[in-house]
Write a protein of this length. Sequence first.
Length: 286
Amino acid sequence: MRRISTATKVTDKFGAGKHGFTNGNAVGGVPATDLEDVWFDHMQEEIANVVEWAGITLDGSNRAQLLAALQKIGQAAGMSVANDTGTANTYVIALSPAPAARADGMPVWFKAKTANTGASTLNDGLGAVPLLGYGHAALQGGEIVANGRCLAVWRADVSSYVLVACTGGAMPAAAATQSAHVVTLGQFLSQLGAAGYIKIPSLPRPVILQWGAITTSASADASFTFPLTFPTAYRTGVASYQNNSGSTAVVAALGANGPSAVGVGAYAASTGARLAAQINVWVLGD
């Protein structure tokens, strides 16, 4: 932008260095301010750049394009706040000013009327679109609470709003892949029971703890098959005797192993002879 700079400008009209215009005064011998092409070019491009930056095509018959551009930029700057009037999982808001189109990165704040119970949509006046979690996956339920203040951002590349936060709601997040990432509950996979496992998130791979029981043979190791095959390798394990009021001291031991099973033996502590016995097994791997 620049101010008028012709020789007939009104010097410092709006303050030091802030020149202006005059219509002139023929009686007083004051000439009107001469105009210059460079000033008009600046004015034209300053205004046109705002309109075009907002994604609006210049229209010579429309005298409200600068206003529309400023309203759209205002939406993108985070000035969109509305009350939800929809139902659970179907959120509807009326933004003011109403956006003519969605701009990538445009944030909207809204007060949720109801909690969500699963996958949800958001209608901002331009039609209902998916409302996703941080990992760009559908919401599962509990991320939005009644009367919660919610912030969502429009992602043009996935044609969806992404829920950034909702006060009082659970935080939806992508699965952690780095040491400083938030771990999600879904990364703690487990199978609970007499035989089972739990995956503990860690780097570079999850650690898996497994357990179960097996009856050994008096003639050879019994093979304990893991509830879950280790994707990488079995690392270590322990075994112990289930003493059901028996009088014989028993030593349990683990033998040959692989990613899906380990040999288990039971021996009399006094003689070293193999025994048939019920043995508990715990193994660790990744």
